[in-house]
Design a protein around this ligand. Structure first.
Ligand SMILES: C[S@@+](CC[C@H](N)C(=O)[O-])C[C@H]1O[C@@H](n2cnc3c(N)ncnc32)[C@H](O)[C@@H]1O
Length: 237
C-alpha cells in the first residue's frame, strides 16, 4: 500500500513516491499559462507530454473547453485520467498514447502546451521520475526539434504555443527552426532550477563547460540550469 502524505484537510493526499510528480519546469509553465490566458483563444488545448496531467488540468482551469493530451507512456495516461477525474474534467478530455504528433495528426488547436524531455544526456538521468521523463540526447533537442517541426500544422491560424525550454537548448536555434514555418518565439518567463546531484553528474560535459554562457550555473556544490517559457505565435507580416 502506497504511503500518503496529508496535503490539506479537504484535498486527497498525493502519493509519496510519484514517478509523475510535477517539477519546477511544470510550475513555471503553468504560471505562464495562467498569466497569458487572456491572450489566446480557449476552444481547444493540447498538452504534449502529459506526465501527471497537471498542465492539461491547468488548461481546463483557465477555461480551455476541449482538452487533448498525448504521452508515449501509457502509465502517464492513467495518471492523467485519475487527476482529471478528481477535477471533474473527464468529459472534456481526450487522451492519446503515442509519440509526439502521430496521435493527433490532422488536428489543430487554439493553444498547445509542452514540457518535453529536454535534458542533455543520453541515458535516463532523472532519479525521481520515469525513464521517459527527461533525457533527450547529447544536446537535449531529440524531442524538441520534431515537436517544433510539427507546430505549424497543428496550430489554428491564431493559435499559440507555450513551452518549457532549457536555456542551454539555445533560443536562437529554436527561433531559426520556427522562422522557416513563419513562426516567432519570445521568452515570457524564466527561472533557475536546482538539479538533483545524480542528474547534474549526467549533464553533457561539453555543455557544462560552457557554464553561464548557456544558462548553467554552479554555486558551491549546487548545480542550476536556467529554464524559460517560450511563447510561439505566427509572425505578423
Ligand atoms: C518532463 S516530463 C513533463 C510531464 C508534465 N507535462 C509536467 O510538466 O509535469 C515529459 C513527459 O513527456 C513524455 N514523453 C517522452 N517522450 C515522448 C514522446 N516521444 N511523445 C510524447 N510524450 C513523450 C514523458 O513520458 C513525460 O511524461
Amino acid at each position: 500500500m502506497e504511503a500518503q502524505l496529508p496535503t490539506s484537510p479537504d484535498a486527497p493526499a498525493g502519493p509519496v513516491h510519484d514517478p509523475f510528480r510535477p517539477s519546477a519546469h511544470t510550475g513555471l509553465l503553468i504560471a505562464a499559462l495562467r498569466a497569458r490566458a487572456a491572450t489566446f483563444a480557449s476552444d481547444s488545448g493540447l498538452d504534449m507530454g502529459l506526465g501527471s496531467g497537471t498542465v492539461l488540468a491547468v488548461l481546463g482551469q483557465i477555461g480551455v473547453r476541449r482538452l487533448f493530451g498525448v504521452d508515449i507512456d501509457p502509465d502517464a495516461l492513467n495518471a492523467t485520467a485519475s487527476l482529471l477525474r478528481t477535477l471533474d474534467m473527464t468529459d472534456r478530455a481526450t487522451l492519446r498514447q503515442g509519440s509526439l504528433w502521430e496521435p493527433v495528426e490532422g488536428q489543430r488547436f487554439s493553444v498547445i502546451a509542452a514540457n518535453l524531455p529536454q535534458f542533455a544526456a543520453d541515458e535516463p538521468a532523472d532519479p525521481d521520475h520515469t525513464p521517459y521523463w527527461s533525457s533527450a540526447g547529447e544536446d537535449g533537442r531529440r524531442f524538441m526539434d520534431p515537436f517544433l517541426a510539427g507546430l505549424d500544422r497543428h496550430l489554428l491560424p491564431d493559435g499559440v504555443a507555450l513551452i518549457a525550454h532549457n536555456v542551454f537548448l539555445g533560443q536562437d536555434r529554436t527561433a531559426a527552426l520556427l522562422r522557416r514555418d513563419g513562426l516567432t518565439c519570445q521568452a515570457v518567463a524564466e527561472t533557475s532550477v536546482l538539479l538533483h546531484p545524480r542528474k547534474a553528474a549526467m549533464l553533457n560535459p561539453a555543455l557544462r563547460a560552457r557554464g553561464p554562457a548557456c544558462g548553467i550555473h554552479r554555486v558551491g556544490c549546487y548545480d542550476f540550469i536556467d529554464v524559460q517559457v517560450l511563447e510561439i505565435r505566427r509572425a505578423t507580416p
